[in-house]
Structures are given as C-alpha cells and as structure tokens.
Design a protein around this ligand. Structure first.
Ligand SMILES: CC(C)(COP(=O)(O)OP(=O)(O)OC[C@H]1O[C@@H](n2cnc3c(N)ncnc32)[C@H](O)[C@@H]1OP(=O)(O)O)[C@@H](O)C(=O)NCCC(=O)NCCS
Length: 239
C-alpha cells in the first residue's frame, strides 16, 4: 500500500498524500531566486520554481513564457548590462549563460527562443561577447550533449594584431532537429526544417531549408528532406 505520495500539478504545486489523504500542498521554490545584484533589472518568469535566474549587472530584461512545461528547467545567468532574453514555452532543460562570471561581463546581447522546442537533456547556450545574439524559432528538437557557443570566448589574432573571430550571432530556424553531441559555433545559421547529424560541428551559415547537415565541419549531405518526431517504425507508409 502506498502510504506517502507526491503529486505535481500543472501550476508547479506539489501535493503530499498520506494514506490517500491530502496532507500538504506547497510550491517548490529556490532560495534567493531570482538572485539579482544590480539596478533596473526586469524579470518576468513563471513563479513555480522551474526557472532559476542569476543576474549581476544593470538594465537587463528576462521574460520566460508562463506556459513553460512543468517538466522543464530553465537556468539563466547574466553578467553584464542591457541584455534582453526572451524564452518561449519550451519542454526540457535549458542552461543559458550571457557573460561568464564577474570578470567577463557582456552588454547588449539579445536572445530569442521560440515556443514548443524540446531538449532531451541540458541544452547549453553561451554568449560571451557584447552585441551578439542568439535567435531560435519554434518547434525545434535537441538531443543530448549539445553546445551552442555564440562566441569563441578568446581571441584569434592576425600577425598585425587584428581580431579575426568577432562574434555576431547564431540563428536557428523553425522545426530544426539537432542530433546528439553537436557543437554549433559562432556566426552560424541553420535554416527551417534542417537536421544536424550527430557529432557535427556547425561552423558557417547554411541558406537552403530542409537539408541534412552532417560532419566536421558540417556540410549538406541531403537536400529536400522532411523530418518527424515519430520514430520511423511508427510512420505510415507513403506511396
Ligand atoms: C543525420 C541523420 C539523421 C541522417 O540520417 P540519414 O539521412 O539516414 O543519413 P545516411 O545514413 O543516408 O547518410 C548519408 C550520408 O551522410 C553521412 N552521414 C550521416 N550522418 C552523419 C553524421 N552524423 N556525421 C557525418 N556524416 C554523416 C553518411 O556517411 C552518408 O555519407 P555518404 O553519402 O558519403 O555515404 C543521422 O545520420 C544521425 O545523425 N542520426 C543521429 C540522430 C540523433 O542524434 N538522434 C538522437 C535523438 S534526438
């Protein structure tokens, strides 16, 4: 016989039942969440403990969709000023770092993540240069072990000292499937409907939608494809 059970409801409330009787209802909350150190920061996120925010800086804005799936976890760290983050109703775990610890602050970064995307495990997104962006559409599917590095973090210089690897941004379209252990590097673009094959390293902007991109560096290996979340054996045969 089940003596104690815990239920989690859609609003994040947990209910403890003893011998089938409801004895306690509470909301999972993080201590010091959001943790904000600075002026004029605006945080508009669901208040059910699914989102953890850490801000060190001024004039940042973070909005996370209130429809965030109950099984999701969104961790956002911002070090710097005037960064704007918009995260849609995703399903899964997202770790977003804008700036890295107090010694590498960034300014004016823009992050937009659309609705209905899923991550099988922690999806790591890093922005470590001021004025850079990460822009992602809707209905994308991410496997595990994926890193999206919107900047290199350290400089590559020419012989005369010019910086060769400035970061601008990363764009991922709608309905993109990213396979296991992929690295998406700075200044790249993955168009609508594409698949990125397992262990690929994406290093440039692709233009054509509905392609398979695979390999190191990633290249187009198939064109004019579609993909579905259903496994192959569950698909109806086509003529
Ligand atoms: C991307 C993927 C779906 C493509 O499958 P596919 O269309 O059946 O591809 P094919 O097996 O027909 O391969 C086509 C070509 O691409 C190459 N290729 C396929 N996947 C590759 C990869 N991940 N890296 C490098 N090359 C790859 C093949 O070697 C083949 O090359 P060739 O034409 O020179 O022989 C699949 O290879 C893949 O990466 N699957 C893993 C998906 C995953 O991570 N799932 C986790 C759950 S979300």
């Amino acid at each position: 016989m089940k003596i104690v059970s815990k239920e989690r409801r859609d609003d994040g409330t947990r209910i403890i039942k003893l011998f089938g009787l409801r004895v306690f209802a509470y909301q999972r909350k993080h201590k010091n969440n959001p943790s904000i150190c600075g002026r004029n920061n605006v945080v508009d996120v669901p208040k059910n403990g699914l989102v953890k925010i850490n801000i060190v800086g001024h004039d940042n804005k973070v909005v996370v969709d209130k429809q965030l799936n109950i099984k999701s976890c969104v961790h956002i760290n911002i070090y710097g000023d005037n960064n704007v983050i918009n995260v849609g109703a995703i399903y899964g775990k997202l770790q977003l770092c804008v700036g890295a610890n107090v010694s590498l602050p960034v300014q004016n970064c823009r992050v937009v993540i659309g609705n209905d995307s899923s991550c099988a495990d922690w999806l790591n997104i890093l922005l470590l240069e001021s004025d850079s962006y990460f822009d992602m559409g809707q209905d994308c599917m991410f496997s595990s072990g994926i890193n999206i590095r919107c900047s290199d973090a350290h400089s590559v210089l020419s012989a005369d000292g010019a910086v060769l690897n400035r970061a601008v941004g990363v764009k991922i379209g709608n309905h993109v499937w990213v396979g296991q252990d992929v690295l998406i590097s700075k200044n790249t673009e993955i168009p609508d409907g594409c698949i990125v094959g397992a262990r690929a390293v994406v290093t440039k902007k692709f233009i054509k939608p509905n392609c398979v991109l695979a390999g190191i560096p990633a290249r187009v290996t198939k064109e004019n494809i579609r993909w579905s979340r259903n496994p192959p054996d569950k698909m109806k045969p086509t003529k």
